[in-house]
Design a protein around this ligand. Structure first.
Ligand code: KG4
Ligand code: ZN
Length: 335
């Protein structure tokens, strides 16, 4: 039998997603968000698990239907095993295991952060190996050296907050609703990125730090609001543009350093923050200036999605990397 068809499930945080992959091509990628968290200003783990329970059957159905496939067409079942919220991971993991058992098909456990990187293998043009990937999400910020699909090496990462947290916490300070990252992006588009300057941390090697930025934004806003209580509302676009500019500077300086250290000039981005229009534009510009080849996934493969789990599972299938039914979820991000 020639074709390899995989059903992949992602449920690590607050998105329930299912995707179908055939021979490394994504046939469908269905994503259901969870509006329930908005009123709390952040993801509530218990509510996320319950929403996954409600969503998982219809989401898997929708992915199969969009691909024109049936469960019995699948050659393997894949799921996100780590990292993430334990209760959320359990829902997708147990569902995947039940399907694998009932269908008598192999089971594939996928690491969410590796999958973000391999999202760059979904669409054309694809990067050749080795390549560098800046992975920027709500929980992680990493520079990864991808030697091959199954050999990824973390060269540097954040020592405190993730880039996504810097966006979300800035949004909160500005009184914007959760999740704030996309809103900061939206307001930044009409603001002046040089209106205000915020210090960039000096962190050794290829590591990052974002907690200081959040504090300096807080102190700056407190001082300005004392003088003018309307300061935030009058300057929201400039504030978003300036903070976003600083975050992108911090990220791209390290990418440049990683290119210098490794000599690799194929640069990918991944993770929710790679949906940011400022980051996408400036990486492209920098690539043109520096003679790099840059790869930017389409939006649906940047934020959490099962398409990236499916493509990673496909490579694990080819490499014979399966798990048994006793595998459990893990909140930890080491790989
Ligand atoms: O990868 P992701 O969907 O989930 C995690 O694995 O964490 O990333 C979510 C993060 C959130 O912090 C969200 O605010 C941020 O990605 N994000 C953005 C944008 N879209 C999502 N940040 C800045 N600009 C955006 N357009
Ligand atoms: Zn993610």
């Amino acid at each position: 039998k020639q074709d390899i068809r995989i059903l992949a499930i992602e449920s690590s945080c607050d998105e329930t997603s299912a995707a179908i992959c055939e021979n490394g091509k994504i046939l469908s990628n269905y994503i259901a968000g969870q509006a329930v968290h908005e009123q709390y200003g952040g993801v509530v783990p218990e509510l996320a698990s319950r929403a996954h329970m409600q969503n998982i059957v219809p989401v898997v159905h929708a992915a199969l239907q969009a691909a024109g496939k049936q469960l019995t067409d699948m050659d393997a079942i894949a799921f996100t095993q780590a990292p993430g919220l334990i209760g959320s991971l359990l829902v997708g993991g147990q569902f995947a295991k039940s399907l694998a058992l009932a269908l008598d098909k192999p089971l594939i456990a996928v690491h969410h952060m590796q999958a973000h990187v391999l999202a760059n293998l979904i669409e054309d043009p694809q990067p050749e190996f080795p390549f560098l990937c800046l992975t920027v999400s709500g929980g992680h910020t990493q520079i990864v050296l991808a030697h091959s699909p199954l050999h990824l090496e973390v060269l540097g990462e954040t020592i405190d907050d993730a880039a996504g947290e810097a966006f979300d916490k800035t949004a909160k300070l500005l009184g914007l609703p959760y999740p704030g990252g996309p809103l900061v992006d939206k307001y930044a588009q009409t603001g002046n990125p040089k209106a205000f300057t915020f210090a960039e941390p000096q962190i050794p090697e290829l590591n990052f730090s974002f907690s200081g930025l959040k504090t300096s934004v807080l102190y700056f806003l407190q001082a300005q609001t004392k003088a003018n209580p309307q300061f935030v509302s009058e300057n929201v676009a400039d504030l978003c543009a300036s903070v976003q500019h600083t975050i992108i500077n911090i990220l791209l300086k390290k990418v440049k350093k990683a290119v210098q250290q490794t000599g690799i000039k194929r640069i990918c981005i991944a993770g929710g923050v790679s949906a940011n229009s400022g980051l996408r534009n400036r990486l492209k510009e920098m690539g043109e200036q520096q003679g790099w080849q840059t790869f930017i996934p389409s939006f649906q493969y940047c934020t959490d999605n099962a398409g990236m789990i499916a493509i990673t599972a496909y490579h694990q299938y080819l490499g014979g990397k399966f798990v048994t039914l006793d595998v459990g979820p893990s909140a930890r991000s080491e790989w």
